[in-house]
Unconditional design. Structure first.
Length: 149
């Protein structure tokens, strides 16, 4: 594993691309700092805007990501995974699966529950690799926080 490295992207993808199935397991408690800047359900599309050769802004752009969470098949399938197979395979602690299942039952199938379900496996993976003396920085935004209240 490369040391003193900054990895950019969805942590689930970064971990699986750096160490795919069949490779040695990413060492638990080996990371000093985790910074998470998750999407916040802003209900916006974020685009990558290109520049002309002159450096001026171009009309050309592509969608980088959509920051809208809805309860859909993906959310449902992820909940099924994190409350069943992922627990059985040791990817999600049993108590985490039970808490998320209870939260979703309590608040229903909505934007916030889809967001929480999406965040669960990512937070578990970050916790797994973080040293006991490590720091976890989570960028919180009023958009997502207000959905909880």
């Amino acid at each position: 594993m490369e040391t003193n490295a900054l990895y950019f992207g969805d942590n689930l993808n970064v971990l699986s691309e750096r160490l795919p199935d069949g490779a040695y397991r990413f060492p638990s408690e080996s990371v000093d700092l985790v910074y998470l800047d998750p999407p916040f359900n802003s209900n916006r599309d974020y685009n990558l805007i290109f520049k002309e050769q002159s450096g001026d802004r171009s009309a050309a752009q592509i969608k980088a990501f959509t920051d809208t969470w809805t309860w859909d098949e993906t959310a449902r399938d992820t909940l099924v995974d994190i409350t069943g197979p992922a627990v059985n395979e040791g990817r999600i602690p049993d108590h985490v699966g039970r808490v998320i299942d209870s939260l979703v039952r309590g608040i229903g199938h909505n934007d916030m529950s889809a967001y929480l379900v999406m965040m669960t496996p990512r937070l578990v993976q970050m916790h797994r690799v973080l040293k006991r003396t490590g720091s976890f920085w989570l960028h919180c935004d009023p958009t997502a926080i207000s959905l909880c209240s």
